[in-house]
Design a protein around this ligand. Structure first.
Ligand code: NDP
Ligand code: 8X3
Length: 244
């Protein structure tokens, strides 16, 4: 479970633990992972991981005790959005960080754990995409594009994994509160972050945990290719036209 220190990741960990799984909880910040472990004991293994860094992934994999090495479910959840500026005003480093984390990081972690799943002829990869990967919005530029990568990478993985028994699902959440997502996106501006959810009755992380748990609970013959989940309050708008 990548990105286990907050938001969806923490909720998915808690949900899997409740369902009887043993969970490897990975993130850069160890404190929230140790707090999780203090509540769940030996069923949770906290590990330090920066998904952008190949060495960090290799070191994490090496550090796993033997009886934790055969991963049944990999949840590629670590990710972030930075900024909502229009592309022409965006900060280049923000684009790099989103691509390094949401695209490169997700691909690196998958590359590290996929061969083991194929050798065991079983496994499930759940990639956390976003509705932003399908529906464009102003200021979504690189963030949405990274999630479009997640959608197509998930489908292409399915094509490569045909006949291996390994399953792949792209979970695409819409607006979800009670995470650090908007606080990160607005660089710590709590007021702006809270305004995103004001009066909107957004999803909560447990809704996404429920979705991931459902996907993982299905029999091996069932592959859910993609699940798009929005709050009822979120919907579509018309294409816009600029006029003279
Ligand atoms: P949070 O900010 O609450 O959690 C993000 C998690 O990602 C943290 O645990 C963070 O841990 C981890 N993370 C970030 N960068 C790295 C890194 N380089 N290496 C390892 N871990 C990292 O956000 P959410 O829970 O909301 O988001 C989780 C995923 O869901 C993301 O991929 C996001 O794009 C996606 N999403 C979120 C939506 C929302 O509305 N909240 C909607 C749709 C999709 P740490 O900082 O400790 O490393
Ligand atoms: C996060 C959902 O709509 O804020 O991926 O881009 S949204």
């Amino acid at each position: 479970m990548t990105g286990a220190s907050a938001g969806f990741g923490r909720a998915i960990c808690e949900r899997f633990l409740r369902d009887g799984y043993r969970v490897i909880a990975a993130a850069r910040r160890m404190e929230p992972l140790l707090e999780l472990q203090s509540r769940h004991g030996e069923a949770l293994l906290p590990v330090s991981l920066d998904v952008r860094d190949e060495q960090s992934i290799a070191a994490m994999k090496e550090s796993l005790p033997v009886h934790w090495r055969d991963i049944d479910v990999l949840v590629n959840n670590a990710g972030l959005a930075l900024g909502t500026e229009k592309a022409q005003e965006a900060v280049l480093q923000d684009w790099r960080t989103m691509i390094d984390t949401n695209v490169t990081g997700l691909a690196l972690v998958t590359h590290a754990f996929l061969p083991g799943m194929v050798a065991r002829k079983r496994g499930l990869i759940v990639n956390i995409g976003s509705v932003a990967g399908k529906y464009p919005y102003p200021g979504g530029n690189v963030y949405g594009a990274t999630k479009a990568f997640v959608a197509q990478f998930s489908r292409n993985l399915r094509a490569d994994l045909a006949g291996t028994g390994v399953r792949v699902t792209d979970v695409q959440p819409g607006l979800c509160g009670d995470t650090e997502f908007s606080l990160t996106r607005y660089r710590g501006d709590r007021q702006k972050a809270d305004a995103v959810y004001a009066g909107a009755h957004p999803l909560v992380p447990e809704d996404i945990a429920e979705t991931v748990a459902w996907v993982a609970s299905l029999p091996p013959r069932v592959n859910v290719n993609a699940v798009e989940v929005m709050p009822t309050s979120q919907s579509f708008t018309a294409l816009t036209i600029t006029r003279d």
